[in-house]
Each structure stands twice: as structure tokens, then as C-alpha cells.
Design a protein. Structure first.
Length: 182
């Protein structure tokens, strides 16, 4: 008798169907938005602390019109309209005109005034001050310590123990979320 070699018949398990179904699961790696985009502004830097003394015509060229009006002409955004008055992200606020570090979110507090409010600056010289007698008031104007951009005003009605309130325009602030350091 002939010995029949039984060739094992492979079971055609629908492998490929499985492969197709389980295939390439996209891991959408959300890139941390760490790069601020200031393509038109070569003076913007988060690391260079050299003071900037640029003519108005240069700022007009490198800043978006709405930022330019606040930063260089002390315009004020309407209360409750800025992007940061009610924002409580953890990170650092930089000058939107030059990249100078201004405030930590740790120093931000909920104020009912409609503008982002802080009780202290990120660094001692983050902000400089000037007496402002416009609009029939005597106020302390707060300006960027690096580029002189108008930021807002400083008042003495902040929370204890410091008692200060930096009342800022959102548009002159660039917020950078805190990076996770391992
Ligand atoms: Zn600045």
C-alpha cells in the first residue's frame, strides 16, 4: 500500500483581515506648542535680555496693528474681551512685542476688573514704571523692562501680603504653558 503522506493543510485563517483591522493605529502625537510664531518680528526673543530702543516706525512694521496700538500707543483693550483675563493655565507670560518674561501664572489672581491681573512680576526688572496723568487720573503705567511696550497699569489694591495689582492687556502677553521637566 502506498503510504500517503498527509500534508498538513494550512488553515487559511483570515490573517489579513485581522491585520487590516488592527492595522496602523495612528498615534497622533500632539506636539507641544512651544514655538510662538513671530515671523515678522526679528526682535522677539525669549532668551536675549538686551534692552531694545527702537523707533516707532520699526515697531509699526514688525507688530500686528492691534498689538502695536496697545504696546506703542497705550491703547487699552476693552474689559472682559482679552484672551487671558479669565485664563488660569500654568506657565509664563512673556511680552508679546519682545519675548521678555513678565509674569508667572503663580502670581496671577482672579480679579473682577476684566483684565489679566498679577500681584508680582517674574523678575525684578521685568517691568518698568512711569507716572501716567492721562484721562484725568494719576496712575502708574507698567511698561516692558526690555522693549518699553505699554503693558497696562499698576494699582495698590491687589491681594495681601503684597497688595499690588498689575492690570494688564491680554494682547501684550504671550502665554507659554509650563513644560514638564523630568
Ligand atoms: Zn517687551
Amino acid at each position: 500500500m502506498k503510504k500517503i503522506a498527509l500534508l498538513p493543510v494550512l488553515l487559511f485563517v483570515p490573517f489579513f483581515v485581522f491585520l487590516g483591522m488592527a492595522g496602523a493605529v495612528k498615534t497622533s502625537q500632539s506636539k507641544a506648542m512651544t514655538e510662538e510664531k513671530h515671523p515678522a518680528n526679528p526682535y522677539y526673543s525669549r532668551t536675549d535680555t538686551t534692552k531694545l530702543d527702537l523707533p516707532d516706525s520699526v515697531w509699526k512694521k514688525v507688530l500686528p496693528p492691534d498689538l502695536y496700538e496697545v504696546a506703542r500707543h497705550a491703547a487699552t483693550e476693552r474689559a472682559f474681551t482679552g484672551k487671558y483675563w479669565d485664563y488660569d493655565g500654568i506657565g509664563t507670560y512673556y511680552c508679546a512685542a519682545c519675548g521678555n518674561a513678565l509674569f508667572s501664572s503663580d502670581a496671577k489672581f482672579a480679579s473682577s476688573c476684566g483684565w489679566p491681573s498679577f500681584f508680582e512680576t517674574a523678575r525684578r526688572n521685568s517691568v518698568i514704571y512711569r507716572k501716567d496723568t492721562s484721562h484725568g487720573m494719576v496712575r502708574t503705567e507698567a511698561l516692558c523692562g526690555r522693549c518699553g511696550a505699554h503693558l497696562g497699569h499698576l494699582f495698590d489694591d491687589g491681594p495681601p501680603p503684597i497688595g499690588k495689582r498689575y492690570c494688564m492687556n491680554s494682547i501684550v502677553l504671550d502665554f507659554e504653558p509650563e513644560r514638564k521637566v523630568r
